[in-house]
Design a protein around this ligand. Structure first.
Ligand code: ADP
Ligand code: MG
Length: 319
């Protein structure tokens, strides 16, 4: 007999992730009970990933489990928060035990690395989708936001944006690449690495921060709109990986770096006074100065002939 809902939860989602002593009651009751850290502020985020929208429907469970948590940890990273707990809502067309086992493994591997306990969730029949809620801590008043950038601040980015979008293009047949180049770009799409440590290190250094989920240029527009400023982005300074350049060429790699989604890198602004602090970030992640914040509320791209209307980020309900 196929396992029922109760048995699926017991097998795949009980005792997953890190063991935390602030978890009083976990999977098994009607709700979880946790003890927030005294004196800290609680940061909460939720993200849904849907088959056919955020990942190809035939993606291995391990990568989907990883992604479901990674996109949420990336949101906490962008707030400068330390992750603590997660809740998982899963809808599945069928109770495919092998797939669920892989999903749980992908989720758990990442959860353990970042000290996250899976404390509850829900499971239902439906189109394949996973919704995760995460909670974490920041010291009072220290959360990074999108709204703190000021004219004259420097604009920085972590990692090599565009790789994940190129990986997806390879899967979809839009780009041809082979060997180690293909492997690396696929890895960047399938196993995004949330910049959790960098985000926390940016507290007290960055004036504003956003994670790049919908494309660097589009997410930069969001940060600018939230801060009421503009930016001059020097495209010639954009860090592009050797693999991206090889797979997509000069113009294609620029387009991926500016508009490719799913990177989960951090885009942040730094006031001149906080500049010395940036040097110390390099041990956590490669970071690169790519532009500056302007008083005039528009995003200008220097050194790229990319059409302006290509640059807007992904919008599920846009036309
Ligand atoms: P209820 O009917 O009260 O919502 P459920 O049978 O849905 O109870 O869930 C039982 C327990 O299992 C709860 O503690 C819930 O948080 C947990 N749970 C259910 N689905 C998941 C899941 N996908 N991941 C983690 N915990 C889950
Ligand atoms: Mg339930």
């Amino acid at each position: 007999m196929p396992a029922g809902e109760f048995e699926l939860i017991r097998r795949h989602f009980t005792g997953r992730g890190s063991v935390r002593d602030d978890v009083r009651l976990s999977v098994g009751d009607d709700a979880a009970v946790v003890a927030p850290r005294a004196g800290a502020e609680l940061v909460l985020a939720l993200d849904t990933i849907v088959a056919g929208v955020h990942f190809p429907a035939d993606t291995s469970g391990r990568f989907v489990g990883h992604r479901a948590l990674a996109v949420n940890l990336s949101d906490l990273a962008a707030m400068g928060a330390e992750p603590a707990w997660a809740l998982l809502g899963l809808t599945l067309p069928a109770a495919d035990e092998a797939w669920l086992g892989e999903f749980a493994t992908g989720f758990e591997e990442l959860a353990r690395r970042f000290g996250v306990a899976l404390v509850g969730g829900d499971i239902a029949r439906g189109p394949l989708a996973a919704t995760v809620t995460v909670g974490g801590f920041v010291p009072p008043g220290k959360a990074l936001t999108r709204s703190g950038a000021r004219a004259g601040d420097e604009l920085w980015v972590s990692g090599t944006p565009g790789d994940a979008g190129a990986g997806l293009a390879i899967l979809q047949g839009g780009i041809a690449a082979g060997g180690a180049t293909r492997e690396e770009l696929l890895r960047r799409f399938l196993l995004p690495e949330p910049r959790v440590d960098l985000g926390q290190a940016l507290r007290g250094i960055a004036s504003a921060c956003i994670d790049i989920s919908d494309g660097l240029a589009g997410d930069l527009e969001k940060l600018c709109a939230a801060s009421g400023i503009g930016a001059r982005l020097d495209c010639r300074r954009l860090p592009r990986s050797a693999q991206l350049l090889e797979a997509a060429g000069e113009a294609g790699s620029m387009r991926h770096a500016l508009t490719g989604g799913d990177d989960y890198e951090l885009l942040f602004t730094v006031p001149a006074a906080a500049r010395p602090g940036v040097e110390g970030l390099a041990r956590l992640a490669p970071v690169r100065l790519i532009g500056e914040i302007t008083a005039e509320p528009a995003v200008q791209l220097l050194g790229s002939d990319l059409k302006r209307d290509l640059v807007h980020g992904f919008d599920h309900f846009g036309n």
